[in-house]
Design a protein around this ligand. Structure first.
Ligand code: ADP
Ligand code: MG
Ligand code: MG
Length: 878
């Protein structure tokens, strides 16, 4: 058989061919676990299907028929037989885990005749027709694309007419009527007939799974997780077991450890008299698996033992689907379980301590997304929270935002920059774009393993599930809970760690590092060779960075120090000065303020380098916006000057004149960076004086400080040469005045492509290079960072014209080449040259791997990304 492989012939290594699900079913079969027999149609067949213009490749149907014959022999049942009908599930299974993204059909092989055989064989007519109606619905949905709600609606109405509230009240005769209705719905909607020929059912189902590889939600998911389109999906055909047969039957999902906290206890959910997706779909809220221990202790022990065995085998926490049929346990799927960041870290550390994996493996287990999530917010201050409901704590983190009730609104509002919380009864894969856009998710139904919970955990967003008291009214666009009404657009907050739904906004607290994470970080520091520093502009951030393990400040931007309320007037005075004397007098008043700033920074980073960048932005950024000034001026002129002091109008006019004078049509490429320091040297002189005076103060107090003075935006060696002379002259002056010499280094930011290209020359005047990859990317691509995203860059990335947004992921081929070149040439000219990368890229894993490969000495990123960078830097070594 070319296109098909029975479970017993495969193994876990054949994931590329069998898909994740198929490979693990094979592995478990080989290990002797109770897996219902079946076979896998390979991903090769899927690729061949697409290559042949969405038609079944030659020989596939024959192979399937042959595999079915073998399966019939194993099960002692016959596909389509009126007495002992073989029933199968048709399950998609891609190579990369895509939970809920593809469609599965259960109970295939039932028709008007075989259903009677099943009823006779099991002595349970109601059960048989329950299975059949499920098949017609799933088949109608997956194969014929009839929307599920059409079926659900019909069922709801049927139950309502008879006063039923639960599916359990439906008799065999009721299901028979539903089946007729379902068939009629299919015919009405599609002009097609539910096929009675079981091989036709099977062929159509396989075809549909192949096609579902390219359905909208699969594509969205693939794009989100960068899963290659060419991978294709496998199809698993597996003999059915039934969790819907009676009280001693059921279906469930277990994790070998708690996927929220990482605690090493069996964790999961279980529903009696249920089949397939009933647990995850949130149709009924399931029971904790611990209850199974009371109801069926033997089955529970067997499940526990199997779970532990699977975990040891795969050396990782497993997410296991199981079904109990009349007291017998069957395993239907296992995979490495999705988990929260907290759990990921805890499990990695525990598995190392249990001797299952090495430290290096533990480090490799940590995903950047996880760390991102771990360094997530929580609610600050527990009192005065207006908690209106509590649900299941499905994914940790806290968020506030406007309530919205459907995925499309979430996306639309999210696009327009609003923070939203998606509130729905439950989510399905069709809602994934809404989850992406939302800050967090709340559902009124479904458990810890529901779709919303799984997806939110994967994305690191807070989520509350099964908030059953919520009454959502889609028409009114509002929900009510215990008499409290929240309308669309009202602010709510959620705490995914405790499951609390809160009215109004809350204050969020930044995260801290716990014992497990410190352990991992310690291991990371043992392994890594790349330095990790932080970008921080004030002593508080610097202290935070240090606490997170930063080995210095790679970038301290001084312009932020100019922006604060008390300084801006003095800064403006400096800018408005008509001559050097006036300018110097304003600068003289800024000096002590800057001196205090640097004092704080340097002390916070005692013993570590602090790279201080001299003023970079164009001066007009410190002045009010022109239109605003003109409006104010107009108001003043029209309204008279009754309430305004005399000089106000004159001052405004002066401001307007200056703003116009400083106006540049291309400020990003204009009078900024060292160009400013060269034309107005007194500004940089003041800053350097403030840095060195502060350093001298520290030194006098016995504090070991290491200032690095960084000149921005150098493009020509002469710029740095001149600036170096200026800085050294100031240093000499300060040294004489202070009576002590403080060691410092002078370096430059490499952010203009020409600087990278002429690194050999520039390095002669630089003690260090710091790659400002934001500007370097902007100037190398010629993309304005502030405009590109909204105008064309998103389109470029969506259409895959660019592999990624170069402002997020360093462009290795272009920008990276410049870095590589500058490091090499710079070091050749100056062997003691230090090199680092600052900018957004310093906290991005892919970019960190690249930095390591290029041989730069350190990366510098925002304080909250420092732990992430430490782990990524360790992973770069493995
Ligand atoms: P998904 O990838 O969405 O989890 P699955 O193929 O795993 O889809 O199946 C959906 C549900 O149907 C799961 O709960 C699974 O355990 C159940 N299921 C699949 N095949 C069988 C089978 N042969 N017998 C009983 N239940 C099955
Ligand atoms: Mg599914
Ligand atoms: Mg599954």
């Amino acid at each position: 058989m070319k296109w098909v492989m029975p479970f017993e012939a495969g193994n876990a290594k054949l994931k590329e061919t069998l898909g994740g699900k198929g490979a693990n079913l094979a592995e478990m079969t080989k290990a002797g676990l109770p897996v219902p027999p079946g076979f896998t149609v390979t991903t090769d067949a899927c690729r061949a299907f697409y290559a042949a213009g969405k038609t079944m490749p030659n020989g596939l149907l024959d192979d399937i028929r042959q595999a079915m014959t073998e399966l019939e022999a194993k099960k002692q049942e016959t596909f389509g037989d009126s007495e002992r009908p073989l029933l199968v599930s048709v399950r998609s299974g891609s190579v990369s885990s895509m939970p809920g993204m593809m469609d599965t059909i259960l109970n295939l092989g039932l028709n008007d005749v075989t259903v009677r055989g099943l009823a006779r064989q099991t002595g349970d007519e109601r059960f048989a027709y329950d299975c059949y109606r499920r098949l017609v619905q799933m088949f109608g949905n997956v194969v014929f694309n009839v929307e599920s709600h059409m079926f659900e609606h019909a069922l709801k109405r049927y139950k309502k007419d008879r006063g039923f509230t639960e599916d359990g009240e439906m008799t065999a005769a009721d299901w028979m009527q539903m089946i007729d209705q379902y068939k009629a719905i299919i015919e009405r909607q599609t002009n097609r007939v539910f096929p009675q020929n079981v091989y036709e059912q099977l062929a159509l189902a396989v075809d549909a799974v192949f096609r579902s590889w390219n359905n909208q939600r699969a594509i969205v998911y693939r794009n989100l997780y960068n899963i290659p389109e060419a991978q294709g999906t496998a199809v698993n055909v597996q003999s059915m077991v039934f969790g819907n047969r009676g009280d001693d039957s059921g279906t469930g999902v277990v994790f070998t450890r708690n996927p929220s906290t990482g605690e090493a206890v069996l964790f999961g959910e279980y529903l009696t008299k249920a089949q397939g997706e009933d647990v995850v779909a949130g149709v009924r809220t399931p029971l904790a698996v611990a209850l199974l221990q009371q109801e069926m202790p033997v089955v529970y022990d067997q499940l526990l033992e199997t779970a532990q065995r699977l975990e040891r085998h795969y050396k990782d926490m497993q997410d296991i689907e199981f079904t109990v049929e009349k007291g017998t346990l069957f395993i239907l799927q296992t995979r490495n379980g999705k988990r929260t960041a907290k759990a990921a870290v805890r499990i990695a550390v525990q598995l190392e301590q249990e001797g299952l994996i090495t430290k290096e493996e533990a480090l490799q287990r940590i995903e950047m997304e996880h760390l991102n999530q771990l360094l997530h917010r929580a609610i600050e201050g527990e009192d005065k929270l207006d908690v209106i409901a509590t649900g299941l704590p499905a994914s940790p983190g806290a968020a506030s935002g406007m309530a919205v009730f459907d995925a499309d609104t979430a996306e639309a509002w999210g696009r327009s920059g609003k923070k939203v919380i998606l509130v729905t009864e439950e989510t399905s894969p069709e809602d994934i774009h809404g989850v992406i856009a939302a800050e967090g998710v709340v559902t009124s139904r479904g458990g810890m393993t529901s779709h919303a919970a799984v997806v939110a955990r994967g994305m690191g967003k807070p989520c509350i599930c099964g908030c059953e008291k919520l009454r959502i009214n889609d028409e009114e666009r509002a929900f009510v809970v215990d008499g409290v009404r929240i309308a669309e657009g009202d602010i709510i907050s959620i705490d995914g760690a405790t499951g609390r739904l809160i009215r109004g906004a809350v204050k969020l607290r930044e995260p801290e590092i716990d014992g497990d994470l410190s352990q991992l970080l310690e291991w990371a520091d043992e392994v890594r060779t790349l330095g990790v520093q932080a970008n921080a502009d004030n002593p508080e951030d610097a202290a935070k960075a240090r606490q997170f393990g930063a080995e210095g400040i790679g970038l301290c931007r001084t312009e932020h120090m100019f922006m604060s309320q008390d300084r801006l007037p003095v800064v403006q005075e400096m800018i408005l000065a008509e001559n050097e004397t006036d300018r110097r007098s304003a600068l003289a008043r800024l000096l002590p303020m800057q001196r205090a700033d640097f004092d704080g920074m340097l002390r916070a980073m005692e013993g570590l380098p602090v790279t201080i960048r001299l003023l970079d932005p164009p001066l007009h950024e410190f002045l009010p916006n022109l239109e605003e000034l003109l409006l104010r001026h107009q108001a003043l002129v029209l309204g008279g000057t009754a309430n305004e002091p005399e000089g106000e109008q004159k001052r405004l006019e002066q401001l307007i004149r200056k703003v116009r004078q400083l106006h540049e049509s291309n400020p990003m490429l204009g009078h900024r960076g060292c160009r400013l320091g060269i034309v107005f040297p007194e500004i940089y002189e003041m800053q350097v004086e403030a840095i060195l005076l502060a350093a001298a103060d520290c030194k006098r107090d016995g504090v070991d400080v290491r200032p690095d003075i960084m000149v921005p935006l150098v493009g020509h060696v002469n710029e740095l040469k001149l600036m170096r002379e200026t800085i050294e002259a100031v240093a000499l002056r300060v040294q004489e005045a202070a009576g002590t010499a403080v060691p410092f280094r002078i370096g430059t930011m490499i952010e203009v492509p020409r600087a990278a290209l002429t690194a050999k020359d520039i390095a002669q005047y630089a003690d260090f290079f710091s790659f400002g990859t934001n500007d370097l990317t902007q100037m190398t691509f010629g993309y304005s960072r502030d405009d590109a995203e909204g105008k064309f860059l998103t389109h470029y990335v969506d259409t895959k014209l660019l592999p990624a947004n170069p402002f997020e992921v360093l462009d290795e081929d272009g920008v990276g080449q410049l870095i590589d070149l500058a490091v090499t040439k710079g070091r050749a000219a100056n062997p003691t040259l230090k090199t680092g990368v600052c900018g957004e890229h310093g906290g991005n894993k892919q970019s960190i791997l690249f930095c390591r490969a290029t041989g730069v000495d350190y990366v510098s990123c925002s304080p909250y990304r420092v732990p992430l960078a430490r782990i990524a830097a360790a992973q770069a070594e493995l």
